[in-house]
Design a protein around this ligand. Structure first.
Ligand SMILES: [Zn+2]
Length: 358
């Protein structure tokens, strides 16, 4: 990788007699030699660039107008008169920023469209890229790009129940490569950008992670992603609430009231009543596993048809349909309550997810 030297800051025009006569030992250079030698980005070093952006030890020679057009932060940075002590490379002003050079490169790729993978196309892109773009565009107030990146993330992290039950479809369609451990980052991004509608689903997924991951965080693409203390508490409290909801849902689905039996197609409903009792006994026999469940929104009735058959628990088609409908009602109720489980107030959630009467 090519290296460049940054010009030492110019001396002030007005110098006192003492300054002019001072020795180097008394007035050492303000920057160390190491700081003045930078790596040129191989990807973004335009000879006619008008500004050298320095992120840590990497320099990008780019066009100031391009950044200023998208970011009021950069616009202000470039329009504020630079002191005559500012650094330069070939008379090109140097602007130092504290960001990760990889994140800066990700951002520049969007402007320059040099990558064969577009961030906003149908090609799948790593979640780490989306997260980095959200962080850096938020920091530099690049609202249009930030909005598009968040919109991309919200194609998966939904805030309504009908959308949630189609999650598999949205995941298959999504342009983002996601892992359940990325939910920790999504929680942090939701707080950072004040997009709290993503929080209930992201925290719900965090609750499925191993306790050590919830508390200590996870390594993702060389970056340690941790939940805040408040979110760790939300997950711990939420896991308990989800376990309780899981148990409650099982008992509600398999209850054997006269009302529940109205859809039974058997002339004598006693067979289906026995099947309901038997199913409850089976779940009750494994009560500890039932209580440990923190995924009450998973479809277990449909998935467990073979399980029931293996115990000769046979429901008629009417009762089976009723079980599936009741399970979905329970799922909807749990979904509506997710913010409450996590001690959150999410604006607009109640309107989008009206509580189902019991
Ligand atoms: Zn029946």
């Amino acid at each position: 990788m090519q290296e460049i030297a940054v010009s030492a800051p110019k001396r002030a025009k007005k110098r006192t007699r003492v300054d002019s006569e001072a020795s180097e030992e008394e007035h050492p250079p303000t920057r160390s030699p190491a700081r003045n030698i930078l790596k040129c980005s191989e990807e973004f070093w335009y000879e006619d660039g008008s500004v050298v952006l320095v992120a840590q030890d990497t320099a990008f020679r780019i066009y100031r107008g391009l950044l200023a057009q998208h970011s009021p932060v950069f616009r202000d940075l470039f329009t504020i008169p630079q002191p005559n002590t500012s650094e330069s490379v070939d008379d090109c002003p140097v602007v130092r920023i504290p960001d990760d050079p990889d994140d800066v490169a990700r951002l520049l790729r969007i402007f320059a469209a040099t990558s064969t993978v577009s961030y906003f196309s149908n090609d799948q892109i790593p979640f780490a890229d989306v997260a980095a773009i959200i962080r850096i565009t938020h920091k530099y107030q690049m609202d249009q790009l930030l909005g598009r990146a968040l919109q991309n993330l919200k194609t998966v992290f939904k805030d309504t129940f009908p959308d949630f039950i189609r999650l598999d479809h949205f995941l298959a369609e999504s342009s983002i490569e996601l892992d359940c451990r990325d939910a920790i980052t999504v929680v942090n991004l939701a707080h950072l950008t004040q997009n709290l509608s993503m929080l209930p689903m992201a925290l719900y997924i965090c609750c499925q992670l191993a306790p050590k991951d919830i508390i200590a965080g996870v390594d993702r693409n060389g970056r340690r992603e941790r939940l805040s203390q408040d979110d760790i508490v939300r997950c711990i409290a939420g896991r308990l609430k989800l376990s309780q909801a899981s148990v409650t849902a099982v008992f509600r689905v398999f209850q054997c009231s006269d009302e529940c039996m109205e859809q039974c197609k058997r002339v004598n409903g006693s067979t289906c009543r026995r099947a309901l009792h038997a199913a409850l006994q089976k779940y009750g026999a494994d009560f500890s596993a039932l209580c440990a469940g923190t995924m009450p929104l998973d479809t277990w009735i449909t998935d467990d048809r073979d399980y029931f058959d293996s115990f000769s628990i046979k429901f008629c088609s009417g009762c089976w349909k009723r079980l599936q409908e009741t399970e979905q009602e329970e799922h909807r109720r749990i979904w509506c309550e997710l913010p409450v489980y996590f001690g959150l107030e999410v604006e607009g959630w109640k309107e989008k997810n009206p509580v189902v009467p019991k």
